[in-house]
Ligand binder design. Sequence first.
Ligand SMILES: C[S@@+](CC[C@H](N)C(=O)[O-])C[C@H]1O[C@@H](n2cnc3c(N)ncnc32)[C@H](O)[C@@H]1O
Length: 207
Amino acid sequence: MTSPPSARRPRKLSPRPGGPDWWLMLRKFVSHGTSIAAFSPSSRFLARSMVRGIDWAKARCVVELGAGTGPITRELVRAAPAHAKLVIRARDPDFSPVLRATFPSHAVVEADAGRLDEILAHRRIAQADHVISGLPLPSFPPALRDSVIRMSARVLGPDGEFRQITNMPWVYLKLYRTYFRDVSFRLVPLNLPPGGVYFCRGYQPAA
Ligand SMILES: C[S@@+](CC[C@H](N)C(=O)[O-])C[C@H]1O[C@@H](n2cnc3c(N)ncnc32)[C@H](O)[C@@H]1O
């Protein structure tokens, strides 16, 4: 008999160079290139920067897009109080089982980012406080990028925040400024390669 998911012992995350998660990301990067866009999982420093500053006293729902092997998910799960709802989204059938085994008490949704509206509607989520994106948005076709950001903005409402990971510090500041009025950037040198986080508020539909 198999035990219910929450009773299983969670799998340990192993993002360090040479660990299984690192090899999985490298393999996926070699086979899928721009749709993965990073050859290694985010470091704990980058993952923590993605989560730092979330006001958990107010946050009711946080949506993560493009979770990969789950380094950011781990920080979210660690920081989030029991009342906060986390929606973890991954598209790749090689990543979803890893996420489910590592975070057995959290719902991992396997779906393309282009179906964000549908996924949220299905889960009756009308509002989120933060969307945390590990998606390689700059390499998405522009129409898909526009629609992922528009769908995220819709669920965030006027006060929510969109956070985006990058492995190309500063390079895409201008890109995110075409979508949001208020964009700031935090550099995270301790990542392979050095990365950072864009903090975006005030969605403005692309001209
Ligand atoms: C750069 S990796 C980030 C992984 C992880 N968040 C981290 O920080 O290590 C990009 C992730 O976006 C996912 N992804 C790429 N295109 C996607 C799409 N169209 N829909 C959903 N996920 C997508 C990939 O499968 C991968 O998990």
